[in-house]
Design a protein. Structure first.
Lengths: 284, 656
């Protein structure tokens, strides 16, 4: 586990996401977005770990992540996804869903589209209108699906003004199953669960943590094989048989790690201690 | 206890005309509420306040500074690491760990200072630039004080090493030397530069004799006439005995050597060796520790503690810690020379030299605008076992008092409250109860935040707070008609009364709409069902539906009957239950036994006999009554028929 860079950013980070690379690209991840929460003014920010003109001895890029641009966001950023290379969709605690557009030529972000009443308890027409936080968003160009505390699932199209379909559903909590390779947890730890079978000697450990939000890593090579072995070891009922190596990625634990994203060998995560951690050498 | 200096500043509240109307105010945890009242100052009859707003006034603006936030967050991590240091460690290893913690804190302060400095330079308007600059100087003073405390209280440097540390301290904080050095060395002809001798002098004042020698060799090269005396001076500088970290000589040996060297310098002075070059002559006097010569260099020294350290270097390098305060006081007096009076910073440093920790903390508390500095420093010194535990009159010691104040300040901030939690955890006497009070008052606008708060409470077994927060969330959910959510929260809160309320709502909805919302929640209640009778009924009723759906009619029938006879079902629901029994009664096979049918009839009679006799009623009520009567008649008929069939079946032989 190579060096990990930390930077304190004066905002509690609720979500971090790598910008997706163009298909067929050989580059490594360079840009990521973050959303903040629990501030009077929250921000969606774009950061870069890319070209500063400094190359270290291995030819890799040096230095920590730099802020490219940011934009104010009303309400907490509850969820954040890259819609495509230039657009970011966010879910807000005010019930609003926003699409931000990044302008690379002058490095700014602007609001591209917004659905302000996507989620509500009592509708906009009623006198006791109250909005509900939008808790999750997922996109598959050109469609965006959002879910909120009001129990609604909405389907938006990026160019339409209204929701295309609305489903009323009761959503309640299930405990998360650690079925993945990287987990970040409420207790401030970041674990790498390595179920690859090429390393001979391992011992099985159990992770004790709080409520964890888990994430599946994008496999770097030999997709099919890695997947197969990963799935089988996670589903195996005998933990001693399929040995899993678990490594902690953060140097010290303090507050909750709210979000993490992995792309190739790069990992980014954000915490309630108002810090962002980035590493570019996960598997070395 | 000294009074505040000067008049308190006046803050004007926009929109409030304090000349016309009286204002009222009330204190909050970290702020003040202010508004206009209806009471006019001039006894006029107007009773309406002109300003309709209530203002929240906060004094502690530091908490809102973007850059200082980084200080709070990073130091929080260091604080936690310190608390977790193994108590078993003693002696050298413990001391080195504590010194490392102290250096960590200081590096965080410096990082903040750097950033604030950058912002100050880049500031667009002069007012904010000035504000940032003053913040930078406050941070710089904080680091200065902390560094000194580290040397005296944490490192506890003994005589000999003490001076080395103090030299480092001064070199770190009087940094004009570097820019001056760059200036002079960067010029074409350094020894001819205007500030050349200033540079050499300040290098000598800071004990950087190697560098001073290098400068002198340039002078020697440039003007061969003074090459001779430059060489002599260089030799003197080279041979000055100083304690180096790896050196094994004892203090006594060092003192002897130093005395010997000092006498050699004396001899050169008596012989007027350097009389031809006034610069070198004054350097010699400095190296002899001559006070007058040192005081001539006031501008280069720039402050009294630099003067103090230089004086010690050249007159008493093996000074013992306990003797420091004599030199400190006299240095301050000499340096100020009666022209100005000491500033708060000077008093703090003086108190440190006198090893009066309490005085240091007290003065810092008064001088600084927030509790960050004193809270963390006191905590660290407490870990060094330096603070006596004399109790303040409300029961906690000084360390705890300061940490409580600091943490309370954090709770007043919408975001930084999460840091405050950990600080309360490490206040053994009043921390828990303070946390209990504060955590209930955090505004919860999303479920995600509520869950984080709940987790904090559950980790610390604060069951009362868990209950209270869950109740609030359950109430919110009910108001928003999110019954499933409300039920979840009341189960988590173990609130039987509320669970009953929500169950009643479910049942009412069912009666109105004919179906349940949130089925997956109700169907999977498990043991949580036992929380309240109504909730149990709800769960069991759904079980009945399941059994019916799976065609387990006999089981369904017994359950239905049980629900009524055991009085778990609320009376208001009995009609619905009996109506549910209808399809079971009208099945081809006999499901209810005779016994059971009797019981059902009993329930029906029970229900109908209790109906109040209505007098004058309107059309709607009459219609409703009609429906009711029809239902009852249908039930009676079905029950009677079932009874007949049941009696026959039970009376006949099996298989015949």
């Amino acid at each position: 586990m190579e060096e990990i860079y930390a930077k304190f950013v004066s905002q509690k980070i609720s979500k971090t996401r790598w910008r997706p690379l163009p298909p067929g690209s050989l580059q490594t991840a360079e840009t990521f977005a973050t959303g903040s929460w629990d501030n009077e003014e929250n921000y969606v920010s774009l950061w870069s770990i890319g070209d500063f003109g400094n190359l270290d001895s291995d030819g890799g890029f040096e230095g920590d992540h730099q802020l490219l641009c940011d934009i104010r966001h009303h309400g907490d950023v509850m969820d954040l996804q890259f819609f495509d290379q230039e657009r970011i969709v966010t879910a807000s605690s005010t019930g609003c869903v926003t699409v931000f557009l990044h302008h690379p030529n002058n490095q700014t972000l602007s609001v591209n589209q917004q659905w302000t009443t996507a989620h509500y308890h009592a509708g906009p027409g009623s006198p006791s209108y109250s909005s509900a936080p939008c808790t999750g968003v997922v996109c598959n160009n050109p469609e965006i699906v959002t879910v909120g505390e009001d129990g609604r699932i909405n389907l938006f199209r990026a160019d339409h003004k209204e929701a295309v379909r609305t489903i009323v559903w009761e959503v309640h909590f299930h405990p998360s199953n650690p079925d993945h390779l990287f987990t970040c947890s409420e207790d401030g730890s970041l674990w790498h669960w390595d179920a690859s079978t090429d390393i001979p000697e391992k011992s099985s450990l159990f992770h004790q943590g709080g409520r964890s939000s888990t994430f599946l890593s994008h496999s770097i090579s030999n997709q099919a094989n890695v997947h197969q072995s990963v799935i089988s070891s996670w589903l195996s009922t005998d933990p001693a048989k399929d040995r899993i190596e678990i490594t902690s990625l953060l140097p010290s634990r303090s507050l909750s790690v709210n979000s993490l994203d992995v792309l190739g060998p790069c990992l980014v995560c954000g915490t309630d201690a108002e810090a962002i951690y980035v590493t570019r050498h996960l598997f070395s | 206890m000294e009074e505040l200096d000067g008049e308190p500043a006046v803050t004007v509240i926009p929109g409030v005309n304090s000349k016309k109307n009286q204002m009222c105010f009330d204190w909050g945890p970290g702020e003040m509420l202010v508004c206009e009242t209806s009471f006019s100052k001039k006894e006029k009859s107007e009773m309406v306040p002109s300003c309709p707003f209530i203002y929240i006034i906060r004094k502690d603006v530091d908490v809102y500074s973007q850059i200082l936030r980084k200080l709070f967050n990073e130091s929080h991590g260091i604080f936690l690491g310190l608390q977790r240091i193994d108590e078993e460690l003693t002696g050298k290893s413990r001391k080195s760990q504590l010194v490392r913690v102290s250096k960590n804190y200081r590096s965080v302060i410096r990082a903040c200072m750097e950033e604030m400095h950058q912002v100050a330079i880049a500031a667009k308007d002069p007012a904010s630039g000035r504000q940032f600059s003053s913040q930078v100087s406050i941070l710089s003073a904080m680091e200065l004080i902390w560094n000194l405390c580290e040397i005296l209280f944490i490192e506890v440097a003994p005589a000999g090493h003490l001076l080395l540390h103090l030299l480092d301290w001064v070199r770190l904080h009087v940094c004009e030397v570097d820019s001056l050095s760059a200036d002079v060395l960067g010029s074409e002809n350094p020894s001819n530069h205007d500030s050349f001798w200033n540079l050499v002098t300040i290098l000598v004042l800071q004990g950087r004799l190697d560098e001073a020698r290098q400068m002198l060799s340039k002078e020697a090269d440039a003007s061969p006439a003074s090459a001779g005396i430059c060489r002599i001076m260089g030799d003197l500088m080279r041979t000055m005995p100083i304690l180096s970290p790896g050196n094994t000589q004892t203090l006594t040996e060092l003192e002897l050597k130093w005395q010997h060297w000092h006498e050699e310098c004396e001899r050169y002075l008596q012989d007027s060796t350097f009389a031809t070059n006034p610069h070198l002559e004054s350097l010699l006097k400095i190296m002899l520790g001559d006070e007058a010569a040192l005081l001539e260099q006031k501008e280069l020294l720039s402050n009294w503690y630099h003067f103090l350290v230089t004086r010690l270097l050249y007159s008493n390098p093996t000074v013992k810690p306990i003797d420091l305060h004599y030199y400190a006081q006299s240095s301050l007096d000499l340096f100020l020379g009666g022209e100005s009076s000491p500033e708060p910073l000077d008093n703090i440093l003086l108190a440190a030299f006198e090893f009066d920790i309490h005085q240091v903390i007290k003065e810092c508390s008064i001088a600084l605008s927030n509790w960050w500095f004193v809270a963390h420093l006191t905590d660290l010194l407490d870990h060094c076992k330096l603070l006596q535990s004399h109790n303040l009159y409300f029961g906690s010691n000084m360390r705890e008092f300061l940490l409580l104040e600091y943490a309370s300040g954090l709770f007043a901030h919408p975001s930084l409250w999460q840091l405050g939690v950990d600080y309360f955890d490490y206040c053994p006497k009043l921390g828990r109860v303070s946390l209990e009070l504060h955590i209930e008052r955090i505004p919860l606008n999303t479920e995600q935040k509520a869950l984080k708060v709940l987790r904090i409470c559950e980790q610390r077994q604060m069951t009362e707070q868990v209950r209270s927060i869950c109740k609030i969330l359950a109430m919110k959910a009910v108001r928003n008609n999110r019954l499933g959510s409300a039920l979840s929260w009341s189960i988590r809160a173990k609130d039987a009364a509320f669970a009953t309320l929500v169950s009643d709502r479910f049942l009412r909805d069912y009666c109105e709409r004919g179906c349940f919302s949130d089925l997956d929640l109700i169907d999977n209640l498990g043991p949580a069902m036992m929380l309240s009778d109504r909730l149990t009924f709800l769960g069991k009723y759904r079980e009945f539906h399941h059994m019916y759906g799976e065609k387990r009619f006999a089981d369904a029938a017994s359950l239905l009957l049980f629900l009524m006879t055991s009085r778990i079902a609320p009376r208001s629901f009995w009609m619905t239950l009996l109506t549910d029994a209808l399809p079971l009664l009208e099945q081809k096979q006999v499901i209810f036994s005779a016994e059971q049918t009797y019981e059902l009839m009993q329930c029906l009679e029970d229900l109908t006999s209790r109906r109040p006799v209505r007098g004058e009623s309107d059309i709607q009520q009459l219609q409703d009554e009609d429906i009711e009567t029809t239902k009852v008649e249908m039930l009676r008929l079905a029950l009677a028929r079932n009874l007949a069939r049941a009696i026959i079946r039970e009376g006949s032989l099996e298989g015949s």
